[in-house]
Ligand binder design. Structure first.
Ligand code: AMP
Ligand code: MG
Length: 349
């Protein structure tokens, strides 16, 4: 398949190109597009053939459900059975934005889109190009992250092209995304709201709107034995090519431990790497040291993490270590993605 690659500026949307992209989706094709979280791989969410194509293009297991993206609140009743009060409150505060809510699905949503579940994940993105595309496509765009399964979610179009060129009809380049981590997912189908995936919208932000919120315990516990409630969270996403260990502990102890492990790996002839921070990067002895940013700016760390993981892959590092990020805010989401990249391999020093 020849992939058409176009550029759209969200502040000056080319209507003709947008119509072309919308037509592709209406006809069952696939369009990768920017959102404020990460790039998405879009298909018509109400067309089961489109959803099947998304799984195929990503190489994604078909029990891993897709998020349906809408542009307007009026679109929500069309795809869900009921809208709990909490959903209105959360939508009022955080939509459009990086929050996905799980509802019981209506018959309009094919099981191909929900991975066979009776529930559907819905998000209203704030990115103007994403919103225009959803409207041009008829209102419902199923879109997982626009990476091949097992690779970090793309934060710039270059990585979408690397993973999906030749596998989708169109890729819309909209520059670098804002947030860099996938949306927060909250399940509203089970009484008490439960966070299934941490993200930019933090536990505290959700609690401030709906009171008590639980966190799926498997998300931050390195030793959790139960399966996570969001089917996709059980897969080892973002797996770097080299082995990755997250090291927790006081700053100096972490640096010392990682440097000792690096010396061992280097003596075995292995290429080593460290995911460090601006504050600590000068203290490491590995072959490739990359800072994800300053600990004082967690938003910048979130934005850069996936790019850094991809860059490590390109540098053929075999043994990697990362510092840990466990602050109560967006650090939870950063840590969750790192733990997944590390296959939950964590050492406390
Ligand atoms: P991605 O689109 O790559 O951000 O992945 C979508 C995430 O949403 C995966 O982790 C899915 O397991 C999760 N998800 C989608 N639909 C549902 C649902 N109905 N119930 C629980 N999790 C869901
Ligand atoms: Mg993904």
């Amino acid at each position: 398949m020849k992939t058409k690659i176009i550029t759209i500026d969200e502040n000056n949307i080319n209507e003709e190109l947008m119509m072309q992209a919308g037509d592709i989706l209406r006809q069952g094709g696939l369009v990768a597009f920017p959102t404020e979280t990460v790039y998405g791989l879009g298909g018509d969410g109400l067309n089961e053939n489109s959803s099947a194509k998304i799984y195929e293009a990503k190489g994604r297991p078909s029990d891993n459900p897709l998020i349906v993206h809408i542009a307007d609140m009026e679109a929500l009743p069309g795809i869900v059975k009921e809208i709990p009060e909490e959903a209105y409150l959360l939508a009022e505060k955080y939509w459009p934005g990086p929050l996905t809510m799980i509802f019981y699905k209506s018959d309009a949503v094919p099981y191909a889109t929900t991975g066979g579940l009776d529930t559907v994940a819905v998000r209203m993105p704030s990115h103007k190009t994403a919103r225009a595309l959803i409207r041009a496509a008829g209102g419902y765009v199923a879109a997982p992250s626009a990476n091949r399964s097992g690779r970090p979610s793309p934060t710039v179009a270059k990585y979408v092209i690397e993973d999906l060129d030749g596998r989708v009809d169109m890729i819309i380049d909209g520059g670098e995304v804002n947030i860099g981590l996938e949306s927060t997912i909250i399940d509203l189908t089970d009484g008490q709201p439960v966070i299934l995936r941490p993200g930019y919208i933090t536990e505290e932000m959700l609690k401030s709107v709906v009171g008590q919120v639980d966190m799926d315990k498997t998300l931050l516990d390195a030793n959790a034995k139960e399966a996570p409630k969001a089917p996709g969270m059980k897969y080892r996403h973002y797996a770097p090519k080299g082995s990755l260990t997250v090291v927790e502990g006081a700053e100096g102890a972490v640096t010392d431990y990682i440097n000792r492990q690096i010396a061992v790996a280097q003596s075995e002839g292995k290429k080593t790497g460290v995911i460090a921070t601006d504050e600590t990067k000068g203290g490491y002895v590995g072959d490739v040291i990359k800072s994800v940013g300053s600990r004082n700016d967690e938003e910048a760390i979130a934005r850069q993490l996936f790019r850094i993981l991809r860059e490590f892959d390109d540098s053929d590092v075999q043994v990697m270590f990362a510092e840990s990020f466990d602050s109560p805010g967006i650090g939870q989401a950063i840590m969750n993605r790192l733990l997944k990249a590390a296959g939950h391999h964590v050492i406390r020093v």
